[in-house]
Structures are given as structure tokens and as C-alpha cells.
Design a protein around this ligand. Sequence first.
Ligand code: AHR
Length: 525
Amino acid sequence: MINSDSNNCNTLKMKKLIITLLLGSCLLLSEAQNKVYLNADSAKTKISKHIYGHFAEHVGGNIYGGMYVGEENTTIPHTNGVRNDVIKALQDLHIPNLRWPGGCFADTYHWKDAIGQKSERKPIENMSWGNYREDNSFGTNEFLNLCELLGAEPYLAVNMNSGTVQEAVEWVQYANHANGTSYLTDLRKKNGRDTPWKVTFWGIGNESWDCGGHMTADYYINLYKRYATAMTSYFNSENLFRIAVGPGFPDYDWTETIMRDVPARRIEGLSIHHYAVNWDHKSSSYEFNDEEYYTTMKSAWFMDEFITKNCEVMDKYDPEKRVALIVDEWGGWYDPIPNVKGALYQQNTIRDALIAGLTLNIFNNHADRVRMANLAQTVNALQSVILTQDEKMILTPTYHVMEMYKVHQDALLVPANVISEDVVRNDKKLQALSVSASIDESGKMHISLTNIDNKNNQKVEIEIEGYTPKNVTGRMLTSTKIQDHNTFDSPEKVVPSDFNETKLSKNNLIINMPPNSVVVLELDK
Ligand code: AHR
């Protein structure tokens, strides 16, 4: 295929003007440094839409002063106190699930303090994130109603450190049991909600090896079993999906202990956390140098190894892959911008777009075991998809990547074999290219690619077996500098554009990706 197209180029050599016009595509054909082999015949594993989930902890300006502006004393258009622009933006993402109320915060949170008449709710001191007082006006009803509005499944994090088993059991009854069955369901009715919300996802503890109680794995497991047993009836008739705490560092012994010692019928998911961060030197979220950039990207790439090694342990005890691996906290973590929106407020640049694209490709490619993930976090905290300032709201580069990648939700993974150039900077050697692909219900194939090289284009030759595309279109997110980002004065500096650097010839596709770019291709048969 390449030869025949090269011949075409040769015959055009005389015609200088045409040569100039075609030079780009000749180069495309002869110099692809990267090769991707896709096998559509092996597309069998579903990429769970829940990989595209989000996380809304009570931290900084994420809930209060972020998505939630309250029902009174605000001129910002809202529905039940939640900003309409935020609701619309999240709906446009097809947000599949939302984790709440933490994080570390969850292990200090008592859900009963935040139900009923707002004026009578007991406030909470947010001891995890700055000791400020929250009036608890955004509680269980508000969160679960918001999820309904978003069309997202709620994922509740149970307080295992300072809470009780009884509190957790009653939370399940309040949220899930049929009207009239208990004092808790009467209470729900009194609080304006007749029918249960039917919450499926329940996290039991959070980082129990750290802020969640500094427990050993053995201690955690005994406690976990008490919660996981009491929260369900003997036959687990509520169909709860119970998620145990896994490691947040390469502590595979923790994973081993859980998988070995928790009875199979008491666990549906194991959560791991990994941030793209250099804990010794976090760096500014928008004024960083090349060294800091590649350090972050190295940490982002570590996600692949972290998942692979956890999967190896899980496969030993659960070869049928019944227990899902849930990456319920991931994203870039930098120095907070001082005096803005409280703890963990950071800007979001092209670096974050690349972290998102790369990480989602990793998740997709592990779809057989990774069946849920939650980007940390949603609004004004860590790698947010949305930033707000008074009545203004902006979408971050990460938002645009999540939006471009939503085509993979519930599609069938097309296994990809990738031969990539390396980016070599100082002591770091990183794979420049990441790729994942899927086929959706309508038969369209989507291929998402990231080029983390911030200096060089990457030409990529993609060979597709078992699928002959007739047409290809593409979208791209990039900008001149990796530090580029959107601001309230310039909200559209970084937005997706059409990507046309493609050359399709039967089952062979050649593309040319600019430096620091995220590309999503759509192929039609
Ligand atoms: O997302 C911020 C914090 O990071 C969470 O509260 C905690 O679980 C993790 O350490």
C-alpha cells in the first residue's frame, strides 16, 4: 500500500506545485515513526462507561461555592441550588457516575447531620481540608437528586473511620429500601422523597492505610467484612456493589491480602488511587518547566504499571475477573493557587489534557478488569473539568478530552499493539504515543491517541485488521505550549478543532500528530 502511493508521488515529481502540495502526504507515507496494529476481529470486551466517572469531594470550592450555590441569596441560575451551567456541562459529558462525599472527608462525615430541614442541620467542620465550617445544606437528598438530574449513578463513600456500622446500614436503608419498610424510609418520606434512589455503588472506607485510619490490611479487612456483611442482607438481595480499599502506592501486598482474605461474596470491587504527581516537588499548575512536565508525565504513565501489577495479583485469586478494579481517584496534582477557592484549587493546562488522554487510553486497554474510575475532581479542585468564578464558568482542557473520549463509553475495546517512539529528556525516557480504540453499537470505530512529545510531531501508521473503513474524520485538542489553558477572560484558548492530517488507504491509515496533542478519530465502514 505504501509503495503504490509512493509511486503516485514519483509520477508527480515533475509538477513542482503539485509536489509541494503533496509533500506532506508523501512524508506521511514514508516516515511514520510509530506503528499501531488494531484487531477488530478481537473486539469483545466492553469498555464500561463507568471508567468515565467523576469525583466530588467536599474540598475547597468543589461543592460549596462551586457546583452548589444554594437555593437562596444567589443570582446564578440553578436547579435546587446546583448551577445550571455545571449541570449542563456534566450532562454533555454523559457523566456516568459521581463519587461523593470524599475522599478523606468521607471518613469524618455523618450523613444524618445533613438531611431534613436545612436550617436545623448540624454544621460540620471540614477537618480534612482547612477546618472551615460547612452548613451541611448539601447532603444526601441533594446529592442523590443531583445524580438523577445528571443521569449519573451515585457512588457513596461510607465513613469507616469515625462512623459506625449502624450508620452505614441505615444509609443503605435510607437510600435504597422500599417506602414504608423502616423508620429510615419513613424519614426519607418525611424529607420529601418517597421512592428509593437505589444506589448501587458503595465504597467502604477510603485510603484506610492513610487518612482513613492508618490501618494495617488485616485490621481493615476485619472491619470491612463487618460493614460489607451488615450493609446487605444474607443473600445480598439489595444488589450492592461493595468496593474495598486497595493501595494508593505500589503496595501489592495490600491487594493480595484483600483478594485472599475477603470472601468472594462480600466484595464486588477493589479501589486503587494514583495521582500524576511528584510528591517532593508538586510544581505550579500552569507555570512549569520541561523537567517538571516530563516528571508529571512519567508519573501519569506509571498508571499502566500500577494497574498491570494489581491485576496480576487479582488474577491469581479471581481468574474470572469477577471483582472489578476501580481507580476511584486519579489526575494531576500540583501546588494549589494561593487564596483562590480554598484547598486544592489549581489551573488546568494542555499537560492535564495529555494526562487525561493517556490515562483514559490506559483504562480502556485494561477494560477487562478496570470497570470504573473517577477523575479527581469535578469543580475547582485538582484536575477539574470545570472552574467557576462568581457567575462565570469555564471548561478546562481536561473537560474537552473527557468529552472527545465519551465515544468509548460502553463500546467494544479493539485490542491495540503499539510500537512508539520514545521521548528522551534528561534522565527520562517515555513512550511518546498512547492509543486505544473501540467499536460502538452503530459500528463506528474510534481511535484515541496522545502525543506527549512537546517538541516533535509524531507520524503514526495504523493498520486495521477485520475492519475496512470508508471514511475517517478527526478531532484534536492541542495548543502551542503545554502551559496553555483557559481563563475566565479567555475561556476558549484551548478547545477542540477538526483534525485532517489523515491519509486513508484501505485498511491502512497514516496520521500526523502535532506536538502535545490529543486526537480522536472516527472511522465509518
Ligand atoms: O482527592 C484529594 C484527596 O486525595 C482525597 O481526599 C484522598 O482520598 C486522597 O488522598
